[in-house]
Design a protein around this ligand. Structure first.
Ligand SMILES: [Zn+2]
Length: 419
């Protein structure tokens, strides 16, 4: 069902604040034991979409790009968090730069409609000319450097991060703004409130990430997740409180959603080990190869060095068909038709989707199956879907079962009055 059908605006919002809580699952809002009082209030009094079905793979960078474009990875070209590097031995860069996005974003559409835009730590936003106040998610691969100083030249306008440090959040460093730390969420909210109060962007996007870290490390049930959830919820709460105190709540729509959900795993599967054993892939990046699985999100995407190399593809299929039953039972083969229909990278020949409880890796040597535990996301079939809450101006309170993640961007544009 289209989101717009349920969300007939009571009143057009003047401001839209879109917040992602990384890895947010419906249970994190609905479970009474979850420390999420602000999200519970927003869900009760606002518009709640229980299930948001994602794109392949449901992974932070492609999913965030789908949220701000309404497009699939095949359309927006942000296929993974990090590009597949065709077996080259090169540093693990991410899709950082906004000019990698092949379709218009909601920042662009709002900017071109004459609206001021802002964004805090949104993936694939670095260098966007359409974000007036931008602190992007961006970092140096030299982890010994001062990361917050490193990103300052990439913020817009120049000097904005110094201004935020002086007036909103204090000095940011690896103690006060460590990725995955509780301190980070509150400081991000303080920056958002400062930008709102001083510059009044009509559209602001904010990425809160703490909940992703604890769920990757410890799965969907841990003491740490409760602490992280309380931290993200409090960050959302301080943004709502600021809107109330400054008289803007009645004219603002606050949307909170995840980029993907999470599933627990108890085993890992490393399909490239089969390829190296069969002589189709070098044991280290940079060597000779014919085929390579790229595990990103929780799906392994098969790339062939030569497009249309059907001989190698047949060998891979044969290899998969001849696996021992205990290994073959851990995944399904996702064929090209399904990948195309769902919007995956068109260069992928086929993919392997593990069963729930299994996480795929890029390991090329060692055991195919190992006993390890943690949390993962990025299935093709939606086992790890996320949820959405819209609270404030422009929405009719109520519940809706599900929407596609691709429906969020057009809906927000419609609410802002942008065709
Ligand atoms: Zn994420």
């Amino acid at each position: 069902m289209a989101l717009v059908a349920m969300a007939a605006p009571l009143e057009q919002p003047h401001y839209v604040i879109l917040i992602t809580i990384d890895g947010m699952r419906a249970e994190m809002v609905d479970d009474p034991l979850m420390p999420s009082p602000f999200l519970k209030m927003m869900s009760r009094d606002g518009l709640r979409i229980q299930r948001v079905t994602g794109i392949p793979p449901a992974e932070t960078y492609p999913s965030h790009t789908t949220i701000v474009t309404g497009a699939t990875p095949a359309q927006h070209h942000i296929y993974y968090n990090r590009p597949f590097m065709w077996n080259q031995d090169v540093p693990r860069i991410s899709y950082w730069y906004a000019d990698s996005i092949a379709v218009p974003t909601i920042w662009q559409r709002a900017h071109e409609a004459g609206m001021k835009t802002a964004s805090l730590f949104w993936p694939v936003s670095t260098g966007s000319p359409y974000i007036d106040y931008n602190v992007p998610e961006f970092w140096s691969l030299d982890y010994s450097c001062d990361q917050m100083e490193y990103i300052k030249p990439w913020c817009a306008p120049l000097g904005i991060l110094d201004e935020l440090e002086q007036n909103a959040c204090g000095k940011l460093n690896t103690i006060t703004y460590q990725a995955g730390s509780l301190q980070r969420d509150g400081r991000t909210a303080a920056m958002a409130n400062y930008l709102m109060n001083h510059y009044q962007p009509r559209l602001m996007t904010i990425h809160l990430i703490t909940t992703d870290y604890s769920q990757h490390a410890l799965g969907t049930h841990s003491q740490e997740l409760l602490q992280d959830m309380a931290s993200c919820d409090h960050a959302v709460g301080t943004i709502i409180e600021n809107l109330r105190l400054t008289g803007r709540m009645d004219s603002t729509l606050v949307v909170v959603c995840g980029d993907h959900g999470f599933c627990d795993y108890y085993q890992t599967l490393s399909p490239n080990v089969w390829l190296t054993r069969a002589g189709l892939l070098s044991e280290q990046p940079g060597g000779d190869w014919k085929a390579c699985f790229y595990s990103s999100g929780n799906t392994s995407f098969l790339y062939l060095r030569k497009a249309g190399d059907n001989k190698t593809l047949r060998r891979v299929r044969q290899l998969l068909a001849n696996l021992p039953a205990n290994e073959r039972a851990l995944f399904r083969v996702v064929e090209k038709d399904e990948l195309t229909a769902k919007g995956a990278d068109p260069a992928v020949a086929l993919a392997l989707e593990p069963v729930v409880g299994v996480s795929v890796t890029n390991n090329r040597t060692g055991e195919v199956v190992e006993q390890k535990r943690g949390g993962t996301h990025g299935f093709i079939s939606g086992q790890d879907i996320t949820t959405l809450i819209a609270y404030g101006a422009g929405v009719t309170p109520g519940h809706q079962d599900s929407i596609a993640q691709t429906a969020i961007a057009p809906w927000l544009l419609q609410l802002l009055g942008i065709k």
